[in-house]
Design a protein. Structure first.
Length: 298
């Protein structure tokens, strides 16, 4: 549970603050965030201090205080998990990690990201890393997995390349992440308005290569990998009408490309297949919407 204090907290807000504190159930984890507060009335500060020193302890509330300025006379303290460690990695199941990432995306969309002390995370993770998941996503500048899922330093491995396609190097990275480093979830993430997918469709329809069209010497291998996910012969009519239904067709193509990547991972990696069969890891796909920030799992 997270409570955000307003910019101006006057004595008129005292009863609301008291009621909010009284309504918190025992044994909850609570973050009281004063990052946006420039003024807090003295009476309200006394209510907060009373809650910190007495009521929170009586109700066994795991309370963290963040964003309190020095002038408020309340010391910031963080008591929630600030990064993924070995104990957390061992304790969480793949399903719980997946749910945590879904919850993180919800916070991201709603502008309620968890407050993080990156310097503290940097120091804490310098002794070792125990990521919970590994993401395979596109290089698109609008799709950083750590932000999209509201994660911090050390929480995930992140593999990024255009079109989130799978190669031997990608498979090797996934195998290292799961088999050696202990990650329990693989997330293949495509996204809407993907330039690589769009280019793959347009090049196919034009019957041209990336080398001839863009002058790029190494792009055709990537385009070919993406094009393999698209059933051009079955959906010839749809792809022919690409110019009229660009956005709709691209979403279908992005999902197909994600599913192809998942199939390749399952088919080509015996190590990952074994971990999946033993229920030690989970492999899922999703599409990130660059318009609204929502991740839809497929």
């Amino acid at each position: 549970m997270r409570i955000n204090l307003a910019n101006q907290v006057s004595f008129l807000n005292r009863s609301l603050v008291e009621k909010t504190f009284d309504n918190i159930s025992p044994n909850k984890t609570v973050i009281l965030d004063a990052s946006g507060a420039n003024y807090i009335d003295a009476d309200v500060l006394r209510v907060i201090n009373d809650f910190v020193k007495e009521k929170a302890k009586q109700k066994n509330i795991n309370l963290s205080l963040v964003g309190f300025k020095e002038k408020f006379g309340i010391e910031n303290q963080i008591r929630y998990q600030i990064h993924a460690d070995l104990e957390l990695q061992r304790a969480l199941t793949p399903d719980k990690i997946l749910q945590a990432m879904k919850d993180g995306n919800k916070r991201f969309r709603e502008g309620k990201r968890l407050p993080r002390d990156l310097n503290r995370q940097l120091l804490a993770t310098s002794k070792g890393q125990y990521p919970l998941a590994v993401t395979l996503s596109c290089i698109d500048s609008r799709t950083p997995a750590e932000l999209v899922f509201d994660l911090g330093i050390g929480d995930i491995f992140s593999i990024r390349l255009a079109g989130n396609v799978v190669s031997e190097r990608v498979l090797g990275s996934l195998e290292f992440a799961c088999s050696i480093a202990g990650a329990k979830l693989i997330v293949v993430m495509g996204h809407t308005k993907c330039g690589a997918v769009s280019a793959a469709i347009q090049l196919h329809n034009a019957g041209k290569s990336a080398r001839d069209t863009y002058g790029c010497e190494h792009l055709d291998h990537l385009m070919s990998d993406i094009q393999k996910s698209m059933n051009f012969s079955r959906f010839k009519k749809e792809f022919t009408a690409y110019d009229n239904y660009k956005e709709e067709i691209e979403v279908i193509a992005v999902k197909a490309n994600v599913l192809q990547s998942i199939d390749i991972i399952k088919t080509e990696s015996k190590v990952i297949n074994r971990l999946l069969a033993d229920n030690k890891i989970k492999l899922v796909g999703c599409v990130y919407d660059v318009n609204c920030g929502k991740v839809e799992f497929v």
